[in-house]
Design a binder for this molecule. Structure first.
Ligand SMILES: C[S@@+](CC[C@H](N)C(=O)[O-])C[C@H]1O[C@@H](n2cnc3c(N)ncnc32)[C@H](O)[C@@H]1O
Ligand code: SF4
Ligand code: SF4
Length: 308
C-alpha cells in the first residue's frame, strides 16, 4: 500500500438553509431535510480512535460536505480542530450564506485548509435561477451580495492572519453558461483578497474544470472555455469515501448498498480500513483494474475512479 493515501467526506447534518434547484439531495419533498445530525461525541470518539490507532494506509484529506449545509452544525470549528489531529488537510464545502466574519475567524483559527463556497452565477439573475428557490428576487439579490461579501471578508481575514487557507468557488455549469463562465472568472479575479481557484462542474459532477488564480488571464484571453473542454470527473475511490450522518461508510459518494462497506459507529474504522477485503479493493483500483467490483465497471458516474 506504499504511496497510497485515503480521503473522506463527512456528512454532518441533513438540513439546509437553501433549496438549490440542481441539488442532488433536494427532491422538493422536504423529506431529506429531516434535521438528522452526526453525533459530535461519537465523531470525537472516532477521531480519537484514528489518532491512537491509525490505519495502515495513511489518512490525508477530509472534507465536511454532504447532504446539507455544514455551517448549520454548531460544533463545526471544534470538529475541524479535532480532525486536524488525524488528517493533514481539512476542508468544508458551504453555500456561504452563514459564513459571517465571526465564523470565518473560528474556522481559520481551527486550522481549516480549504473553504469551498458553492455559488452559481456571476449575477443575481443567474444565481436566482439556481439558488433562489422560495425567495423573492429582492431577497435573492441580498443573499447573493451577502455571500459575495462573506467570501471577500474571508479572504481578507485569511490574508491578515497569513494562513495557508485555500478559498475555492464551486459553480454548477448551466445552459448558456459560456458567457457566465467568463463573467464568473472576471468577478472572482477582481475581488479583493483573492480566491485561489474557481471550479466549474456539470450537473452530477460528470465533467469539471478548475481554473486557478494564476491561470485566469490565460483562460479568458485564449477562450479556453470552448477550446479546452472539460475533463470527466467524479468521486474517486479511496480519495473521497463518504461517511453519512448515521455513521455508514461508503467507498465513494455513490451511496448505495453495494458501495457501503460498514458503519463506523458499529465497527472500529481502523478495523474496516485494515481489513483484507478493503485493501484488496484499494489494490484493484490502483493496480489490478480487472479486479475492481463489477458495479464499478457499470458505474454511471463516468467510471473515472479507475482507467478501466
Ligand atoms: C450538496 S452540497 C452540500 C454543501 C453545501 N450545502 C453547499 O452547497 O456547498 C455539496 C456540493 O454539491 C454540489 N452539488 C449539489 N447538487 C449537485 C448536482 N446535481 N451536480 C453537481 N454538483 C452538485 C453543490 O453545488 C456543492 O458544491
Ligand atoms: S446549499 Fe448545498 S445542500 Fe443546500 S440545497 Fe444547495 S447544494 Fe443542496
Ligand atoms: S466507479 Fe462509481 S461506484 Fe465505483 S467507486 Fe467510483 S464512483 Fe463509486
Amino acid at each position: 500500500m506504499k504511496g497510497f493515501t485515503l480521503g473522506f467526506q463527512i456528512d454532518l447534518i441533513c438540513a439546509c438553509n437553501l433549496k438549490c434547484n440542481f441539488c442532488t439531495y433536494n427532491d422538493n419533498s422536504d423529506s431529506w431535510r429531516n434535521g438528522e445530525r452526526l453525533s459530535f461525541e461519537k465523531l470525537k470518539d472516532v477521531f480519537d480512535k484514528l489518532y491512537e490507532n491509525p490505519p495502515d494506509i495513511p489518512l490525508e484529506r477530509l472534507q465536511f460536505v454532504g447532504s446539507g449545509e455544514p455551517l448549520l452544525y454548531k460544533q463545526l470549528p471544534e470538529a475541524i480542530s479535532y480532525a486536524k489531529r488525524v488528517f493533514s488537510y481539512v476542508g468544508i464545502t458551504t453555500n456561504g450564506v452563514l459564513l459571517t466574519k465571526e465564523i470565518s475567524q473560528k474556522l481559520i483559527d481551527a486550522g481549516t485548509n480549504e473553504i469551498s463556497i458553492s455559488i452559481t452565477g456571476a449575477s443575481p439573475e443567474v444565481y436566482a435561477r439556481h439558488q433562489g428557490s422560495g425567495k423573492t428576487f429582492d431577497e435573492v439579490v441580498r443573499q447573493f451580495d451577502l455571500v459575495k461579501q462573506n467570501i471577500e471578508n474571508l479572504c481578507i481575514l485569511r490574508n491578515m492572519k497569513k494562513r495557508p487557507l485555500n478559498v475555492l468557488i464551486s459553480t454548477i455549469l448551466h445552459e448558456g453558461s459560456k458567457e457566465d463562465f467568463v463573467k464568473c472568472l472576471n468577478m472572482w479575479r477582481n475581488m479583493n483578497g483573492g480566491v485561489n481557484m474557481v471550479l466549474f462542474r456539470t450537473m452530477n459532477g460528470i465533467k469539471s474544470t478548475s481554473v486557478s488564480a494564476d491561470s485566469y488571464e490565460e483562460y479568458i484571453s485564449n477562450d479556453l472555455v470552448s477550446s479546452n473542454g472539460f475533463t470527466p470527473s467524479c468521486t474517486m475511490f479511496g480519495k473521497t469515501m463518504q461517511i453519512s450522518v448515521n455513521g455508514d461508510l461508503y467507498i465513494c459518494c455513490a451511496l448505495n448498498e453495494q458501495t457501503r462497506i460498514g458503519n463506523i459507529f458499529e465497527t472500529d474504522i481502523t478495523e474496516i480500513l485494515n481489513s483484507e477485503k478493503f485493501k484488496k479493493m484499494v489494490n484493484a483500483f490502483h493496480c489490478q483494474y480487472r479486479d475492481v467490483p463489477e458495479y464499478c465497471k457499470r458505474c454511471s458516474m463516468g467510471r473515472s475512479c479507475a482507467t478501466f
